[in-house]
Design a protein around this ligand. Structure first.
Ligand SMILES: *[C@@H]1O[C@H](CO)[C@@H](O)[C@H](O)[C@H]1NC(C)=O
Ligand SMILES: *[C@@H]1O[C@H](CO)[C@@H](O)[C@H](O)[C@H]1NC(C)=O
Ligand SMILES: *[C@@H]1O[C@H](CO)[C@@H](O)[C@H](O)[C@H]1NC(C)=O
Ligand SMILES: *[C@@H]1O[C@H](CO)[C@@H](O)[C@H](O)[C@H]1NC(C)=O
Length: 367
């Protein structure tokens, strides 16, 4: 009975006209924030039962030293080949008009407060210098059982209210961030292929998005984005961590002793063109545990290089003196990005740097 019902639903849904962005929406500016709940939980469970699941690759146990690896690395290896997870919350019309800068913010379900502050500060959707800034939070799932259900409900409520959540049904973890990035690239090629630039970053950074739009427009123009661009805090010659830590990557997972150059994952800017190339390359580069280094591998595969931008302070600002206030807005008004802030700090800092009455002692306040 149940199986018949599910098959019927599957057939029914597969005959629905595709809800792609192009057909019935003649690119209305401003882009619409319509949300789409792909599933409600009972339906989603039913469908994912029918979907061919991605199984553990048990041959991995034969890798040298497999049994000595930490459990999460073993788990990573078992599932390394799995790249398709059901989309729970979609935003099919996010890029219905011309989007100049799409803010792509990694956020796990529990970080409600961070998302809420970002919505009111640097990630607010708006028209700036004649171009649109739009926002998506990208997320997996956390917890299990009732806890997982409850967190998914939270995401659903936020999704309905704000139209800014993309969620896939995979377990959030540090090691799974690469998966999140790859799932996003796949989504973007289908839903937002013409976005001009993207900011990819964490939900605890201060991103001066006005300055970003200014920088991107003045270097590439309002219609830019069709050339390679990948900028942030560059990491060159960095090595995989071989001793136990959150960042541990054993030789069984990554053999070479150095990573190709990449930009620190706190936040980097890229063009629509580069995003498309990364999506193509990601199909050939096996998933790796460190998500920002993985992007470097995909760039290298395409023969492209990331570059450094002095305004992106992924390590935070280096303010040598203890006598000055490290949160003085004058340090932040000319930068592109800095790491990392608590929600109330972000809220205050954003309102200060946006205040037209802000006076700084000298023109260049960069420490
Ligand atoms: C979920 O699906 C059930 C049965 O398929 C339906 O009765 C219920 O109204 C749905 N809930 C939502 C929130 O759409
Ligand atoms: C591991 O290798 C052995 C010997 O080559 C083989 O017999 C066994 O089937 C392999 N195990 C898996 C799970 O592939
Ligand atoms: C499973 O792992 C083995 C050994 O690493 C590899 O040769 C094989 O291609 C993997 N299978 C899949 C489906 O990834
Ligand atoms: C990554 O996600 C997959 C799918 O949910 C899960 O099986 C795996 O355990 C996760 N890995 C970690 C380290 O959490």
């Amino acid at each position: 009975m149940v199986a018949l019902f599910l098959v019927a639903i599957l057939l029914w849904t597969s005959y629905l006209p595709p809800s792609g962005p192009a057909t019935s929406y003649p690119s209305p500016p401003p882009p619409s924030n319509d949300v789409e709940l792909l599933t409600n939980s009972s339906l989603s469970r039913g469908l994912s039962l029918l979907r061919p699941r991605c199984y553990r690759n048990l041959s991995m146990v034969n890798i040298t030293g497999f049994s000595t690896l930490p459990e999460r690395i073993q788990d990573f290896l078992y599932y390394q080949h799995c790249r398709h997870f059901p989309l729970l919350l979609d935003l099919p019309h996010k890029c219905g008009g011309e989007v100049f800068l799409l803010l792509v913010i990694k956020s796990s379900p529990g970080n409600y407060e961070r998302r809420q502050v970002l919505r009111e500060t640097w990630a607010e959707e708006r028209l700036h210098m004649g171009t649109w800034i739009r926002r998506v939070f990208i997320s997996g799932t956390t917890g299990a059982g009732f806890e997982k259900e409850r967190m998914n409900q939270l995401m659903e409520v936020e999704h309905r209210k704000h139209g800014d959540i993309l969620q896939w049904d995979f377990q959030e973890s540090f090691i799974n961030l690469t998966l999140k990035q790859v799932l996003f690239l796949e989504w973007q090629q289908g839903r937002c292929p013409h976005v001009r630039f993207l900011l990819n970053g964490d939900d605890d950074v201060f991103a001066h998005t006005d300055n970003m739009v200014h920088y991107l427009q003045s270097t590439h123009g309002k219609l830019g984005g069709d050339k390679h661009l990948f900028v942030g805090t560059i990491m060159e010659g960095s090595e995989p961590i071989r001793n136990p830590s959150k960042y541990f990557v054993p030789v069984q997972v990554y053999e070479s002793t150095t990573y190709p150059p990449y930009c620190s994952g706190g936040g980097y800017l890229l063009s629509g063109y580069t995003s498309k190339v990364l999506h193509q390359m990601s199909k050939y580069v096996p998933l790796q545990p460190i998500d920002d280094a993985y992007m470097g591998m995909c760039l290298a595969r395409a023969g492209l290089k990331p570059s450094n931008h002095i305004g992106v302070k992924s390590g935070g600002l280096r303010i040598p003196s203890l006598k000055v206030d490290h949160y003085d807005p004058c340090y932040y008004k000319d930068i592109l990005m800095s790491h990392r802030f608590l929600p109330h700090e972000l809220y205050l800092l954003w309102s200060q740097v946006k205040d037209p009455r802000l006076r700084c002692w000298s023109k260049s306040t960069e420490p």
